[in-house]
Design a protein around this ligand. Sequence first.
Ligand SMILES: *[C@@H]1O[C@H](CO)[C@@H](O)[C@H](O)[C@H]1NC(C)=O
Ligand SMILES: *[C@@H]1O[C@H](CO)[C@@H](O)[C@H](O)[C@H]1NC(C)=O
Ligand SMILES: *[C@@H]1O[C@H](CO)[C@@H](O)[C@H](O)[C@H]1NC(C)=O
Ligand SMILES: *[C@@H]1O[C@H](CO)[C@@H](O)[C@H](O)[C@H]1NC(C)=O
Ligand SMILES: *[C@@H]1O[C@H](CO)[C@@H](O)[C@H](O)[C@H]1NC(C)=O
Length: 613
Amino acid sequence: MATGSRRQPLPLLLLPLILLAGRGEAGAARPSPIKNVVVLALENRSFDHILGWTRRLLGLPVDGLTGAECNPNSSPNSSAICVSADADLVVPDDPGHSFEDVLEQVFGNVSAAAAQPSMSGFVRSALSVNALLSSAVMRAFRPALLPAFSALAPAFAVFDRWFSSIPGPTQPNRLFLYSATSRGAVAHNKLDLLLGYPQRTIFDSLAADGRGFAVYFKTIPTVLFYRRLRALRHAARSFHRYDAAFKDHARRGVLPALSVIEPRYFDLTGTPADDDHPAHDVANGQRLVKDVYEALRAGPQWNQTLLVVTYDEHGGFYDHVATPTAGVPSPDGIRGPPPFFFKFDRLGVRVPTIMVSPWIKKGTVVGRPAGPTDTSEFEHSSIPATLKKIFDLSSDFLTKRDAWAGTFEHIFTELDEPRTDCPETLPEVPFERPTPPNEHGWLSDFQRELVELASFLNGDYMLTSLAQEARTKKMTVKQADAYVRRAITGFLRASKQALRLGANESAIVTMRSSLTIFGCRYTGVECRRRAVVEVLWPMDRAVNGGEGQPGPELGPGGSCDVHSWIEGASTSGWRVSWFAPQNQVGGRRLKTSSRGGTGVGLGTGGGTGVDGV
Ligand SMILES: *[C@@H]1O[C@H](CO)[C@@H](O)[C@H](O)[C@H]1NC(C)=O
Ligand SMILES: *[C@@H]1O[C@H](CO)[C@@H](O)[C@H](O)[C@H]1NC(C)=O
Ligand SMILES: *[C@@H]1O[C@H](CO)[C@@H](O)[C@H](O)[C@H]1NC(C)=O
Ligand SMILES: *[C@@H]1O[C@H](CO)[C@@H](O)[C@H](O)[C@H]1NC(C)=O
Ligand SMILES: *[C@@H]1O[C@H](CO)[C@@H](O)[C@H](O)[C@H]1NC(C)=O
């Protein structure tokens, strides 16, 4: 291109200066060496709890513990409880981390949200849950108990000022990770979670520029709490079982721009939970980190990979760094519910964040970000904000929060080429916990939400929410795990089928099931013969015939083996078939009906479930 005859030739002397300035600019605009980002968000641990002692015991220059940090006990007369270096791999209970709990932990007092967080209410808050917890929340890990982190932290980067996005529980914080807002949620709002949060996500921004993403999950992908991820275009393509796919994709070098790893949330013998959520064994979280790192390290994409390991929130564990309260923008102006009407104007408690890439200098410690504003901090929205930068995404920021959050693309620009001294393996994690998983125990609140998500996606939830509630309370961890796996398999499979049959990519599969199934599963009685599953979904064009596939097995023990069936649909209508369980009456079709549309030869009776239609 002509540089333009209107431009005056520059005086020769200015040239070097301009070139220099130009290089600085280009440094920022230079394509990032990072082409694959892998995010692993574990559960419910604070920075000090996990990495607080790495300063004293590993010599890492992080803002960690000195040993002098204490919290007052409940009664003014009993002595304060101070931090110690003897955290157990398994803690006795789950410290509180609801919005109210965190209010007390951070300000020392629920009744008065003081101007300045004193980080003095952790012990009192824990006492209200379980007396044994009051000292557990002040205990932090000796680095030796966390061999994966103790190897990665000094070898790569630790962020020692990374906060959870809101001073509250898991799901709102997880929502911030990929959408920079929880749309007003400060708690787990069941209905919103089930229907799915409607906001735009970083997955949409990536897709808009033709960049792929994948979710590798072990139990159930919590990103399905975003409604948009349930659409066929994503549900049919982007979800993979971690065990079947992650290492294979890493080995073949086909990891997409963004990979999300979702740990196992149910604790079973043989397949223990590895989400680090209390009271799950943290050693298994370390094994997962090791597994992920080694797969990436050995793969052909290593030289362009970034692994981010963070925690959704602090889980009620003590941290000494005051939570930021100044200049934090509300993402979207939506306020929280009564009684607090939270304005989303302060961040949650500091959490550990470790970043791993051959482009990161050994021993990097990242503190406060340099911008984009004076008050910017690192928090979960920093992930979408930085993805936008390193992939030069054309979509706008998701909310005001990711526009404000610090970004970390600069930590990859300090080296001229990728390091070759990164460890190929991480140390073994030798610890065995003294007691086996309590797989016959009842569910935690979080696990109950996962069961509810699964039952919503697979249609059982439509029955009656009351009975649903009763059921999830009665399920053991082991039953819930089996149920959730089947439900998710059914939903993802139905999504694939619907897409193959030509359904609109933005449609979401809706599955429904019958009271008969309900009865058999809830009460454990022998399945009745007329088990029913309907699968329906909006279609944008007529599809004839269709293919059936066995749906999820629905009952514990397999006695309630019901088949879902996608059969076909018509313009703006749907068609549903009822089938008997194959193992009882040969999968005979009992009835077919439809609503709306142009109709595609509907009728009743006949056919068998497997060959049918
Ligand atoms: C605390 O100690 C003071 C003085 O020994 C005593 O008067 C008071 O009753 C004690 N309070 C409690 C809650 O034990
Ligand atoms: C809580 O705050 C109120 C009001 O500021 C104050 O009077 C009270 O002493 C505080 N309680 C504790 C335990 O700090
Ligand atoms: C972490 O916190 C959430 C919200 O407080 C809680 O429901 C849950 O028990 C914890 N997370 C998990 C994975 O259980
Ligand atoms: C990564 O880059 C280093 C340095 O250029 C090179 O030695 C190594 O072979 C590369 N590894 C892969 C997997 O491409
Ligand atoms: C799919 O549905 C969306 C929303 O209803 C619509 O805008 C779009 O045009 C449809 N796509 C096709 C290929 O029909």
